[in-house]
Design a protein around this ligand. Structure first.
Ligand code: AMP
Ligand code: MG
Length: 464
C-alpha cells in the first residue's frame, strides 16, 4: 500500500527487543512495515496450515495476509520472530487481498499490548502503520498493518495439515523444530513428543483460565488460531466483558455461540484434542496405543484449568489462604453479578474498598439488589477474618490483579473513529494506559467507565 505512515509504535517492546525506539519513527521503518522492501539477508515466508473452523476441518488455510519477515535475538538472548500482518497477498491468500483494515489493525495492536499489560501470554505488537489506500470490505475503508512479534507463531493448524495429508516426515520435522526452538527443556526428554503434548495442553489450559479471570473472549477459537506456545493469537472479533454475562458472544458471525465466553474452557480442550490427534503418529506406531496415550495427556487439561482459575480467583478476592468456602464465595459473587448486570472489571476492582469492619465498598452501588450483595459481603468479611493481611495490604495486592482498565469495545471503537479522522492520539494514549492497567491513571479514569448506550450498536465480526 502506498505512502505508509506510522500511527503508533510500542517503545516498551522496542526496548525489550534491543532496538532504538527512535528508529521506529523514521520513514524507512514505516515503509518496511508496509512491506515496501526486505532487509538485506532476509527472506520473508508465509506459513502453510489447516485447521478446524467452527468445528469443521478446513484442509487448507495458511498465512493469507501475514509474512514472517525474519528472526532476531533480543539483548537477553531471547529469540523473537517479526511478522508483518496486512501488507498484501501471500501464496495462501486464496483469492483475497491479503490486507487488513485500519479498524482491525488498531484492535489487534492495542489488544496485544493490553493482554501483555495484564500479564497474559500473547503475541506482541511493535508498530501500527497506516496508508490512505482503499481496502474493500462491506464498505470502503483504509488499510493498515501491524508488526507482530512473538517467539513463535506456530499454530495447532501447522501440525494438523501434515497429519491430515499423511506427511508424517514433515510432521516430525515440525515437532523437532518446535522442540528445538521453543521447548529446549524437552530436548533430552525420553519421550519428547509426549512431553510436547503435555506442555501444550497445560499451557492452553492455563491460558484459557487467565482469559476467564480477566473476562476476555477470543471470538474465533478455531484450531488455526491456537498457538502451540500457549499465547493469545490472532485478535479479531474479541471482546472483554462489560456486564457479567457468561454467555457473552463477542463475534457477530458466531450465530450459535460456539465461542461464547463460557464455552472457552471446553473449546480449549476440544482444540487440544485436535492438536493431540495431529501428534498421534509421533506418539506411538500403534494407533490405539497412541490414542490412549493422547487421551491420558488430555486429562491434564481440566485440573490445570481449574487450579489456575481457582488460584487467580482467590487472588482477585484478596485471599491468600486456601479455604473450602472459597469456591462457593466466588460462584455466589458471579451469580449476583449476572443477576444484577454488574460490570465485571469494575466490580472486582472495587472489591478492594471493602474493609473488614467499616466500608462496604463502591461495588455495592452497582447491585440493584443491595440486600443480597450485603449478605454476600458479610460472608466475604467472615472469610477475610481468617486472613492475616490488613485492609491496606490486601487492597494493594487486589489492585495488582484486578485491572482498572481493559480494552472495552467502546474504547477501541472511539479510538478507531478518531483514527479514521486522522487523530491518532487516543490509540497512543490507550496504549499507554493499557500497558499498566492496574495503575490508577487518574487523568484517564473516564476510560474505566461502563459502556455508553451507543456501544450496544457496535458489531464485530470475522470480516477485517
Ligand atoms: P482468521 O479468521 O483471521 O483467523 O483468518 C482465517 C484465514 O483467512 C487465515 O488463513 C487468514 O490468513 C485468511 N485471511 C483473513 N483475511 C484475509 C485477507 N484479507 N486476505 C487473505 N487472507 C485472509
Ligand atoms: Mg487466524
Amino acid at each position: 500500500m502506498s505512502s505508509p505512515y506510522l500511527i503508533s509504535a510500542c517503545t516498551a517492546l522496542a526496548e525489550e527487543l534491543g532496538l532504538d525506539p527512535a528508529e521506529l519513527h523514521t520513514p524507512g521503518f514505516a515503509q518496511w512495515c508496509m512491506g515496501h522492501f526486505e532487509l538485506e539477508g532476509t527472506q520473508p515466508v508465509s506459513a502453510l496450515y489447516s485447521g478446524h473452523q467452527f468445528g469443521h476441518y478446513n484442509p487448507q488455510l495458511g498465512d493469507g495476509r501475514a509474512l514472517l519477515l525474519g528472526e532476531m535475538m533480543g539483548p537477553n538472548g531471547q529469540h523473537w520472530e517479526l511478522q508483518l500482518k496486512g501488507a498484501g497477498p501471500t501464496p495462501y491468500s486464496r483469492g483475497a487481498d491479503g490486507r487488513a483494515v485500519l479498524r482491525s489493525s488498531i484492535r489487534e495492536y492495542l489488544c496485544s499490548e493490553a493482554m501483555h499489560g495484564l500479564g497474559i501470554p500473547t503475541t506482541r505488537a511493535l508498530a501500527l502503520v497506516g496508508s490512505d489506500e482503499e481496502v474493500y470490505r462491506e464498505q470502503i475503508e483504509t488499510g493498515a498493518t501491524v508488526m507482530r512479534v512473538s517467539p513463535s507463531f506456530v499454530r495447532f493448524g501447522n501440525f494438523e495439515i501434515f497429519y491430515y495429508r499423511d506427511q508424517h516426515a514433515q510432521l516430525k520435522q515440525l515437532a523437532d523444530y518446535v522442540i528445538d526452538h521453543d521447548f529446549t527443556d524437552l530436548k533430552d526428554n525420553a519421550q519428547p513428543y509426549h512431553a510436547l503434548l503435555k506442555t501444550v495442553v497445560e499451557r492452553t489450559a492455563a491460558l484459557v483460565a487467565q482469559w476467564q479471570l480477566v473476562g476476555f473472549a477470543h471470538g474465533v477459537l478455531n484450531s488455526d488460531n491456537m498457538s502451540v506456545l500457549g499465547l493469545t493469537l490472532d485478535y479479531g472479533p474479541f471482546g472483554f466483558l462489560d456486564q457479567y454475562n457468561p454467555g457473552f458472544i463477542c463475534n457477530h458471525s458466531d450465530h450459535h455461540g460456539r465461542y461464547a465466553f463460557d464455552q472457552q474452557p471446553s473449546i480449549g480442550l476440544w482444540n487440544c484434542s485436535c492438536f493431540a490427534q495431529a501428534l498421534l503418529p509421533l506418539l506411538h506406531e500403534d494407533g490405539e496405543t497412541a490414542a490412549a496415550q493422547a487421551r491420558e495427556l488430555l486429562e491434564l487439561y481440566e485440573p490445570m484449568l481449574v487450579k489456575t482459575f481457582a488460584l487467580g480467583m482467590r487472588a482477585k478476592l484478596g485471599l491468600v489462604k486456601e479455604e473450602s468456602v472459597d469456591q462457593q464465595l466466588s460462584s455466589e459473587l458471579l451469580e449476583l453479578m449476572e443477576k444484577n448486570k454488574a460490570d465485571y472489571t469494575n466490580t472486582f476492582r472495587q472489591l478492594s474498598d471493602i474493609t473488614l469492619n467499616g466500608d462496604r465498598g463502591k461495588a455495592r452501588d452497582s447491585f440493584v439488589d443491595r440486600e443480597a450483595f450485603d449478605v454476600w459481603t458479610d460472608k466475604y468479611r467472615e472469610r477475610l477474618s481468617l486472613e492475616s493481611r490488613d485492609d491496606a495490604a490486601r487492597k494493594q495486592a487486589m489492585d495488582a490483579v484486578n485491572p482498572k482498565y481493559v480494552l472495552r469495545n467502546y474504547l477501541a471503537q472511539t479510538a478507531i473513529e478518531k483514527a479514521q479522522q486522522k487523530d491518532f492520539s487516543m490509540v497512543n494514549d490507550l496504549l499507554t494506559v493499557l500497558q499498566s492497567p492496574f495503575d490508577e491513571h487518574p487523568e484517564f479514569s473516564a476510560w474505566a467507565a461502563e459502556p455508553p448506550s451507543w456501544a450496544d450498536e457496535i458489531s464485530v465480526s470475522c470480516s477485517s
